[in-house]
Structure formats: structure tokens, C-alpha cells
Design a protein around this ligand. Structure first.
Ligand code: NDP
Length: 256
């Protein structure tokens, strides 16, 4: 296949939660493939640092202060992207968080916070970009699941439910919008070294040892391990791939 199938020159991507961690790793890949990037997250200082980082790689980029749980804020995210870059080709639903408590200790408000941030946000953002993608004749929606999309997590039931939901939402978007030439896929990262998992390592005894023992690659993933899948799923190379949930996990989900 010609390398140009992976070329994103002239394409515009919104990456929610793209100011750090996996979102920034994916933004690196998209930027290096030629896309313009809108970083949509809450913390303006972190977002500015991400924009500076992407600009140093030669990307056209901007930060848009966004809370993905708030439909009005997401509508402003879409309007600002269209105003700044004129089109939207790719949405990466990456913003997420976890509350680590077993089911018998989890308050209902905590359940809603996790579901709203990780799952409902993906629907809100997808609905918000849909008109622009349809108008442009197609688009790509990439949503971040987890190994807990496949396996249960006794320490994080709301998180696991949200990530299971991401896979089913992805399949549903893929079916709904295939006729509009919009492909929707989920990426299921294994254990990636980010702020989220550094907090996990501090809270969960033996987490580091367990991850290394359970992961065939015998290492944590880096944020830049997430770049290649982002480019593939954002580019025309994946035009016949939709409704899939693809692990990027160093073999974690293959291990019996
Ligand atoms: P980080 O904590 O580094 O990144 C999460 C990002 O989400 C932050 O940049 C944060 O930015 C943003 N965010 C959180 N809440 C909101 C909100 N309400 N509105 C907008 N942005 C928000 O974690 P990771 O990079 O590890 O996680 C990224 C995604 O990958 C998450 O969906 C996570 O569940 C998933 N994941 C991570 C794994 C890992 O091993 N690290 C494994 C599997 C999945 P800000 O605070 O500025 O809003």
C-alpha cells in the first residue's frame, strides 16, 4: 500500500483530553502524519504546553478549553474548530478518568461522574461532530476503551462499565453512520505509563509488578506506542475498518 494512504495532510483532528497521556501520544502521530490538531481539555496550562509541543513538531494546532461532559462546552469546541481550521475529519474520544473503589463502596454520584466523563461524553462529542463530517463526505471517530472493555475490574466497576460501553457505542455508531462514510472504531490500550496510571501505581499495591508479569511484552506502553494506531484509524488506510475494537496492549489481552 502506498504511504500516502496514511497521509493526513489537510485533515483536521479534535483530540479530547489531548493535553497529556494517551491523547497527546495519539496527537503526536496525527500531527506527524500532517493533520491539524485541536486539543480539547479543561486545564488551559496543560493544553498550552501540548500545543507548544505539537507546534515544535511542525503541526498547526490550537487549544480549546472544553469539558466533554457538558454539551454546551462541546458545541463550542466544534464551533471553535470549524472557525479555526474550517473542517473536522477526525474525532478522538480520549478524555477519561477513573475512581478506584469496589462496587460496595462506590457512591452513585461517583458512578455518574465516571460514566459521564468516559462514556456519555463520547456520544455527546460524536453527535456534535456528525453534521460537519456528513457535510464533508466522511470522517473518522476513534474512541478509547481499555482492557476493562474486555475484562472485569473489581477495583473500578464504573470505569469498566464505561469502557465496555465504549465498544458497544462504537459498533452502533459504525452501523448508523457507515452510509455517511464515517468509520467508528475503538482502541483498547493495555497498561500505558501516564498520569492516570501513575496515580494507580500509587494507590494499588503491586500494580507495577502485576502489569510487568501479565504483559507478554514485559513493559509498560509509552504514549508514543499509541501514535501508529491513531494514524491508521484516522487515515484512508482504514476505510473498510469500522466497528472494530483493537487492542494496543503488548499482548495483555492475548495472555491466558
Ligand atoms: P490522563 O489522566 O493522562 O489523561 C486524561 C485526559 O482527559 C487529561 O488530559 C484530562 O485533561 C482529560 N479530561 C478528563 N476529564 C475531562 C473532561 N471532563 N473534559 C475534558 N477533558 C477531560 O490519562 P490517560 O492518558 O492514561 O488516559 C486517556 C484515556 O485512555 C482515558 O480514556 C483512559 O481511560 C484511557 N486508558 C488509559 C490507559 C492507561 O494505561 N493509561 C489504559 C486504558 C485506557 P484535563 O484535566 O485538562 O481536562
Amino acid at each position: 500500500m502506498a504511504a500516502r494512504a496514511f497521509d493526513l495532510t489537510g485533515k483536521v483532528a479534535i483530540v479530547t483530553g489531548g493535553n497529556g497521556g494517551i491523547g497527546l501520544g495519539m496527537a503526536h502521530g496525527l500531527a506527524d502524519a500532517g493533520a491539524s490538531i485541536a486539543i480539547a481539555a479543561r486545564d488551559p496550562t496543560k493544553s498550552q504546553a501540548a500545543v507548544d509541543d505539537l507546534a515544535r513538531r511542525g503541526a498547526r494546532t490550537m487549544a480549546i478549553e472544553t469539558d466533554v461532559t457538558d454539551p454546551a462546552s462541546v458545541a463550542r469546541m466544534v464551533a471553535a474548530t470549524l472557525e479555526g481550521f474550517g473542517r473536522i475529519d477526525v474525532l478522538v474520544n480520549n478524555a477519561g478518568m477513573s475512581i478506584r473503589k469496589p462496587a460496595h463502596e462506590l457512591a452513585l454520584a461517583e458512578w455518574h461522574t465516571v460514566i459521564d466523563t468516559n462514556l456519555t461524553s463520547a456520544l455527546i462529542c460524536a453527535q456534535a461532530v456528525y453534521p460537519a463530517m456528513k457535510r464533508a463526505g466522511g470522517g473518522k471517530i476513534i474512541s478509547i476503551g481499555s482492557m476493562t472493555s474486555i475484562f472485569g475490574a473489581g477495583f473500578a466497576p464504573a470505569y469498566a462499565a464505561s469502557k465496555g460501553g465504549i465498544v458497544q457505542l462504537t459498533k452502533s455508531l459504525a452501523c448508523s453512520w457507515a452510509a455517511d462514510n464515517i468509520q467508528a472504531n475503538a482502541v483498547l490500550p493495555g497498561w500505558i505509563d501516564t498520569a492516570l496510571t501513575q496515580r494507580g501505581r500509587a494507590q494499588v499495591p503491586q500494580l507495577n509488578e502485576n502489569v510487568l508479569r501479565r504483559t507478554p511484552a514485559q513493559r509498560w506502553g509509552t504514549i508514543d506506542d499509541m501514535a501508529g494506531i491513531a494514524v491508521f484509524l484516522a487515515s484512508s488506510a482504514s476505510d473498510f475498518v469500522t466497528g472494530a475494537a483493537i487492542p494496543v496492549d503488548g499482548g495483555f489481552s492475548a495472555m491466558g
